[in-house]
Design a binder for this molecule. Structure first.
Ligand code: JFZ
Length: 412
C-alpha cells in the first residue's frame, strides 16, 4: 500500500464524511442491488428510468446537512452497478441529463464546494446495463440461461474503453475532485460464473489516468490494486490497520439501516449513539468513518435519516475537537471507553459511566486538568495512595449520558 501523506492529509484530518447513494434504484425503494437480487431484466428495469423525476434532490440541502453534522467530505454515486449515470455523459444516453434534464453531479459538486467541503465520486466498475459488459456471477439473470450464448459478442475491451472514457469525463468536467471511490473488484467465481479482476478494468492504467487528471486525488483500493486507503465495509476495525506491516489509512463505510440505497420498509435504523460510538472508535484506531444516506425516489432525505444526522450534529457541535484532526492515543483506555488524542488533549469517550470513579491506567501524575468536553465543567481528579492510578473523581451526573468526553491535558 502506497501512502502519500500529502495526498491523504486532509482526509485524516477530516475523519468523518457523508456517503450518498442515489439512482433510479431509489425509486424501487428496496436496496440498490434490487436489479441483481430480483433478477430484473433491462427492459423491466426501464420503468424506473422512465419515471425518474428527482424533484426534491437538493444538493445544497445535502451539503448543509453534512456540514452541520461535522462531516468534511461527501461522496456521491456518479454511477452504481445498474449503470445509470447522474451526469451528462457523452458516451451513453442512460443518464439523468437525458431522462430529466439534470446533471446531478454538477449540482452536487457546486453545492458541496459552496459549503467548503471536499468532493468525492463513487464510481461503479461493475455495469449491468452496458451491452459489452461480460456477464459474471452477480449479473441479473433470470432462470438458467445459456450464459456463453448471452456473452457472445460482448467485449470487455470495448466496455473498458467506455469505463475509462466516463472516468475521464468525471475527472475533467467538474473541477478539482478530492476522492475517488471505485467499486469493486471480485476475482472469485459465483454460481459457476467468473468474477472480475483488475485486468477487466485495466486497473493500473485507470489509476494512472486518475492521478494524472487529478494529481491531488485520494483513491480507494477497490480497483483490486493498492490505492491510498482501504475500505472495511460495515464493520469497525478494533485496531489500526496494516498492510505488509505498514500502517494504512482506512475508512469504515457504514449504513444507517443496512441498505445503501433508499429502503422504505427497512426499519433497522442505528441510533445516533451507535453512530457516535462508531465514529470515535474509528478515530481511536486511526481510521475514518463515512456514513451513508440514501435519498428517496424524489431525491429527498427521509425524516428518519435527518433525525439521526441532527443528533449527530448536536453531538459534533460540542465534541468535534475530539474528532477532527484527532487520532489514536498511546494509552490503554478504561473499560467501556476509547481515547482519541489531539495535540496534548486526551479525550476519553465513555460508552457507559461507572458507578463512581474512572481509573486512568498509566496516567499517574500525567494529567493536569480534567473536564467534561460537552460543557467544560471541571471534573475532580485525584491520585489516591491506595491505588497506583490516578482516577477522575466524578461528581454525580444529572442524567445518564450516552457518550461523555473528558479533556485531559497530558504532560508528555
Ligand atoms: C459495494 C456495493 O456493491 C454496494 O452496493 C455499496 O455501494 C457499497 C458501498 O459497496 O459493496 C461492497 C463492495 C465490496 C465489498 C463489500 C461490499 N468487499 O470488498 O467486501
Amino acid at each position: 500500500m502506497r501512502e502519500a501523506p500529502s495526498v491523504t492529509g486532509w482526509m485524516r484530518e477530516a475523519r468523518f464524511g457523508l456517503f450518498v447513494h442515489f439512482g433510479v434504484y431509489s425509486m424501487a425503494a428496496r436496496h440498490e442491488w434490487v436489479r441483481s437480487y430480483e433478477e430484473i431484466g433491462d427492459a423491466e428495469y426501464q420503468r424506473y428510468v422512465d419515471h425518474f423525476d428527482p424533484d426534491l434532490f437538493d444538493a445544497a440541502d445535502i451539503a448543509r446537512t453534512a456540514r452541520a453534522a461535522g462531516m468534511r467530505y461527501v461522496v456521491l454515486t456518479t454511477k452504481h452497478h445498474d449503470g445509470f449515470c447522474l451526469w451528462d455523459s457523452a458516451v451513453t444516453d442512460y443518464t439523468s441529463a437525458k431522462v430529466c434534464g439534470r446533471d446531478l453531479v454538477a449540482e452536487f459538486v457546486a453545492a458541496i464546494r459552496a459549503e467548503g467541503l471536499r468532493v468525492g465520486f463513487y464510481h461503479s466498475l461493475i455495469d449491468w446495463h452496458h451491452p459489452d459488459y461480460v456477464i459474471d456471477g452477480i449479473h441479473p439473470l433470470r432462470g438458467a440461461p445459456d450464459v456463453s450464448a448471452l456473452n457472445s459478442g460482448r467485449d470487455m475491451g470495448r466496455y473498458r474503453a467506455h469505463l475509462h472514457a466516463q472516468v475521464r469525463e468525471l475527472l475533467t468536467s467538474y473541477g478539482p475532485v478530492d476522492l475517488m471511490f471505485y467499486d469493486f473488484t471480485f476475482p472469485w467465481k459465483r454460481g459457476g460464473r467468473p468474477g472480475k479482476g483488475p485486468e477487466d478494468w485495466d486497473s493500473p492504467r485507470l489509476l494512472e489516468m486518475t492521478r494524472a487528471l487529478q494529481p491531488g486525488i485520494v483513491v480507494n483500493n477497490r480497483l483490486g490494486i493498492p490505492g491510498d486507503y482501504v475500505t472495511p465495509e460495515q464493520y469497525q476495525p478494533d485496531r489500526p490497520l496494516t498492510q505488509d506491516g505498514v500502517e494504512v489509512m482506512w475508512e469504515a463505510c457504514q449504513t444507517l439501516n443496512g441498505s445503501w440505497g433508499y429502503h422504505r420498509d427497512n426499519l433497522e435504523f442505528k441510533d445516533p449513539g451507535d453512530v457516535v460510538r462508531m465514529l470515535v472508535q474509528s478515530v481511536s484506531n486511526n481510521g475514518n468513518m463515512i456514513l451513508n444516506v440514501g435519498p428517496d425516489g424524489r431525491g429527498n432525505l427521509e425524516p428518519r435519516a435527518r433525525a439521526i444526522l441532527r443528533s449527530v450534529a448536536d453531538w459534533m457541535r460540542l465534541h468535534a475537537r475530539a474528532v477532527h484532526g484527532a487520532g489514536p492515543a498511546p494509552f490503554a483506555p478504561p473499560a467501556h471507553g476509547v481515547y482519541t488524542l489531539r495535540g496534548n488533549r486526551l479525550y476519553l469517550h465513555l460508552f457507559s459511566w461507572p458507578f463512581k470513579h474512572v481509573h486512568l491506567p498509566g496516567l499517574a501524575g500525567r494529567v493536569e486538568y480534567a473536564q467534561l468536553l460537552g460543557d467544560g465543567s471541571e471534573v475532580g481528579l485525584s491520585s489516591l495512595d491506595s491505588t497506583p492510578q490516578p482516577h477522575a473523581h466524578l461528581a454525580p451526573l444529572p442524567q445518564a449520558a450516552d457518550t461523555l468526553t473528558l479533556t485531559l491535558p497530558v504532560t508528555r
